[in-house]
Write a protein that binds this ligand. Sequence first.
Ligand SMILES: C[S@@+](CC[C@H](N)C(=O)[O-])C[C@H]1O[C@@H](n2cnc3c(N)ncnc32)[C@H](O)[C@@H]1O
Length: 217
Amino acid sequence: MPCNCCQMENNTFGEDQARADIRRYRKRGPANQTRLILDAIRSLKLKDADLLDVGGGIGAIHHELLKDVAREATHVDASSAYLKEAKQEAARRGHSDRVHFIHADFTDVASELPPADVVTLDRVVCCYPDFHGLLKAAADHSERALAFTYPRETWYMRLGLRIINFFQSLGKDPFRVFLHPIHEMEALLKKEGFERVTLRRLFVWEMALYQKSGGAA
Ligand SMILES: C[S@@+](CC[C@H](N)C(=O)[O-])C[C@H]1O[C@@H](n2cnc3c(N)ncnc32)[C@H](O)[C@@H]1O
């Protein structure tokens, strides 16, 4: 796999992290920025939607949306450790037959995947150097809405990510986090025919919901 993905697989999003994330999810439910995505999608009042969750981690978005919004979901992830926990949790919830799990860099397999009503990327663009390729592929697959979270462009996030990347390089870990320019991500989605309908901010994360222009959700 090109890019950061082998590093993600082996180090950053390995088994220890995946187990910690699923424990946290079972104890406290979805993380705050994930809740913003869930609320935004629920505000569209969709029923029986198909969901494509790119970089879904332990699968919190589909575990939640399969309760009321989604009929089925596809979860594409570069980390096998995360996929393993997501699969086990889907089985525990009785959702296994409604989720299709794919272990891959989404940009490598996107051309083989069908479109979905809703595409989500929760804290994924910041792990990936080529946000153009990733977001364009995500937009190409969305028939109605696309929701994603990314780090805010603030002085403290610039500093924070610089420090994280400094320690990554000290530890000889090639994985890096990215603060991609928000206006460029917006411009890309606009060019692909989407308009932003919701923007919410937390201290670290921003969440944007886009709808396909001219299409009712
Ligand atoms: C920070 S984690 C976020 C996981 C989950 N969405 C959450 O918010 O808890 C980033 C996830 O994105 C995945 N990822 C990053 N780039 C990806 C790509 N190009 N294709 C597939 N998965 C990717 C990683 O494997 C990891 O599971």
